[in-house]
Design a protein. Structure first.
Length: 230
């Protein structure tokens, strides 16, 4: 019993520390998300990777409307749908993927939502620098097919897989299109992950379990002392 108590006590303390550090890391991300809205950085020829995550930027180029990706397994207010990734052929020569927002699932896998975009000679895009959504514990990761028609449906791909399907290198970061920019869909961007206080509350719960476990162990062993003496 003592060995089991020690193992569980150490485990509960470890889980509490893990959740506490996750809360601190999440708070830093949320702070970065807030700071990123303070000003818009004009990138010019700079790569997206040269600025901090969630920084609002502006960049020039033209959309490649013929080669778009639909990120599957993306929900909004409990409704299933896709996020639309459209390549922006930048004047600097690089190609960046712009997340133009969320569109609802049509009800049939064979009937994809219409994501056509008007042709522009050149536009200025404003948005936040971000990473591709990661799968986490989600299942069903599926890279886009290299062959077949466009748009291509994919689930939690990495940038190498998207680049292979597109046929040219893509920048490692993406741009979350500003809600005020045209040519977009639902763009209710939020800081990533759970509220930091959720992680901290989980940490306190694990430590509370550890404290209760220790209290019970002490109570049980104190009750055994008189019995041993008798």
């Amino acid at each position: 019993m003592t060995s089991l108590t020690v193992v569980l006590f150490v485990l509960f303390v470890f889980l509490g520390r893990w959740q506490w550090h996750r809360g601190n890391a999440r708070q830093e991300e949320w702070d970065s998300f807030s700071r990123g809205a303070d000003k818009v950085v004009a990138l010019g020829a700079q790569a997206l990777s040269t600025v901090a995550q969630f920084q609002r930027v502006s960049l020039q180029g033209r959309f490649d409307a013929a080669h778009q990706f639909l990120l599957d397994n993306r929900s909004y207010e409990g409704r299933p749908g896709y996020e639309v990734l459209t390549p922006l052929l930048r004047n600097a020569g690089d190609v960046a993927l712009v997340d133009r927002g969320w569109v609802p699932f049509s009800g049939l896998r064979s009937r994809l939502p219409g994501v056509a975009i008007q042709s522009h000679d050149e536009i200025t895009v404003t948005g936040r620098v971000s990473k591709l959504p990661s799968a986490g514990l989600a299942s069903g990761r599926a890279p886009p097919p290299n062959q077949g028609s466009w748009p291509k449906v994919t689930s939690f791909p990495n940038m190498a897989e998207l680049s292979a399907a597109f046929g040219a290198p893509l920048e490692q970061d993406i741009v979350l299109l500003d809600p005020r920019d045209p040519d977009g869909y639902v763009r209710d961007w939020h800081p990533p992950g759970l509220d930091p206080t959720r992680h901290w509350s989980y940490a306190v719960q694990w430590w509370a379990f550890a404290a209760v476990l220790l209290f019970l162990w002490v109570r049980l062993n104190l009750r055994k002392v008189p019995e041993a003496g008798a």
